[in-house]
Ligand binder design. Structure first.
Ligand code: GUN
Ligand code: FE
Length: 425
């Protein structure tokens, strides 16, 4: 069992007390929650008679992975060739999102997406639907059936997109209806979702800000400073704003429950403003490499106190797997002279992401009273992993080998809400 109680720091060894590791551990579940965690020998005698025991010797149990930025409606356009952001949106993304006018399609893709996420070990995500409110009803319904903890929102976009995707004034009223129907129900939360500044009018963004002021338990997700063509466009559309971030600030969209995807092209002034408001940037390394958007600067984030999270950004991302996201994050880090330790990576994917989403009392750790969302990792899943793991002497080396070499084959089981949601065949 491996779980992070706090940020392990940047060293080759985790800060003392930040990591819980039980080589021969026992995870005690009760009614969808964790009742206790500890050494097998210490806990085994405390279990009530008739407890059901599962034996995972040789495996590694960690909290379920969290993905802070992903578009379920883009699952089918992953790996669409040869474009950077704005052309990619026009050529592939917008046409694909038009298909979600069909409820049957939204239902099928919601289930396909959740199957893939769970196969990859991801138990919680903050998700973009399409601009059709039905895409979000379908997704929430699928999550509710599986008892997952998920955040999702209907994309708001009232300009600069195909007519079939533009929502106009109904965007906000549909959002209000979805919040009413779903926000806070079971383990579901609503994330208000203006796509990004170029596709929303000032009026729509102001209205989104008003929703957030009305209910501080709502989340906010959008995109920020991903690509240089996007930056020029925002400067043209908002000549009165001093920079890209101030467009969102002026609308009241920047707060402790706000996630801004990418944040590659920021200066330290903007980073500090994000830090002061407690917002987080979703670092989407495989997407940033795929679209050629740029290399996220983790050191600058750290120096300015700006929180950042790890995310796949499917369909621009190339990997649903949290392992794959960390592998790309390591590669981006190397190109910047900022190699990522496995401690930092797995902390980020679990507790770090949970904390940035204010879900830190519910998920992201293996600890008493937490929801029973976890992955059972098989470090011997492939012959290559088997060979590499045999040569590892420490837990840090094993975690690093997983981060670089593992994929969904290494996820033996995924549990959420105390239910086994996926088992590798
Ligand atoms: N910016 C605005 N919309 C999108 C999107 O769908 N994906 C990415 N990567 N960036 C965006
Ligand atoms: Fe995105």
């Amino acid at each position: 069992l491996v779980s992070f109680a706090r940020d392990p720091g940047d060293g080759n060894l985790p800060q003392p007390g930040s990591l819980k590791h039980y080589g021969d551990g026992l995870l005690w579940l009760k009614e969808g929650h964790i009742q206790a965690i500890g050494h097998y020998a210490d806990l085994i005698d405390q279990l009530p008679p008739n407890s059901q025991a599962l034996d995972y010797r040789g495996r590694l149990i960690m909290p379920g992975f969290i993905d802070t930025h992903v578009h379920y409606v883009q699952l089918d356009i992953m790996a669409s060739y040869g474009r950077q952001l704005l052309d990619w949106l026009n050529d592939y993304t917008f046409p694909e999102e038009c298909r979600f006018a069909s409820h049957a399609h939204a239902e099928a893709l919601s289930n396909a997406f959740l199957d893939e996420m769970l196969r990859a070990g991801t138990t919680t995500a903050q998700v973009f639907g399409s601009s059709h409110p039905g895409s979000v009803d379908a997704f929430f319904t699928a999550c509710q059936k599986r008892q997952l903890r998920m955040l999702v929102g209907k994309v708001l976009m009232d300009r600069n997109a195909p007519d079939a995707l533009i929502d106009g004034t109904t965007g906000i009223s549909d959002t209000e209806r979805l919040i009413e129907d779903w926000h806070g129900k079971q383990r579901l939360g609503y994330s208000v979702t203006p796509r990004f500044a170029p596709t929303s009018t000032k009026t729509q963004m102001d209205a989104a800000g008003a929703l957030l002021r009305n209910d501080p338990t709502l989340w906010l997700q959008t995109h920020l400073a991903e690509n240089s063509g996007e930056l020029d466009w925002v400067a043209q559309l908002f000549p009165g704003s001093r920079d890209y971030l101030s467009v969102y600030e002026e609308a009241g969209l920047v707060g402790p429950r706000s996630t801004f995807a990418h944040g590659i092209h920021l200066d330290n002034g903007m980073r500090k403003r994000l830090a002061e408001r407690g917002a987080n940037i979703a670092f989407c390394p495989s997407s940033n490499l795929f679209l050629g958007s740029g290399l996220f600067d983790r050191e600058a984030a750290k120096e300015t106190g700006m929180a950042f999270t790890y995310a796949s950004d499917i369909g621009a991302g190339t990997d649903l797997s949290g392992f794959g996201t960390l592998k790309s994050a390591y590669q981006v880090g190397q190109l910047r002279g900022q190699p990522l330790t496995a401690w930092q990576g797995f902390y980020g994917l679990t507790h770090g992401n949970a904390k940035a989403l204010s879900l830190n009392s519910q998920v992201g750790q293996l600890a008493p009273s937490y929801e029973a969302d976890f992955v059972v990792i098989d470090p011997h899943a492939t012959s290559l992993l088997e060979r590499r793991i045999q040569h590892c002497n420490t837990l840090g080396e094993r975690l690093f080998a997983l981060m670089m070499l593992a994929d969904d084959r290494a996820i033996y089981e995924t549990w959420a809400g105390g239910i086994c949601q996926h088992r590798r065949d």
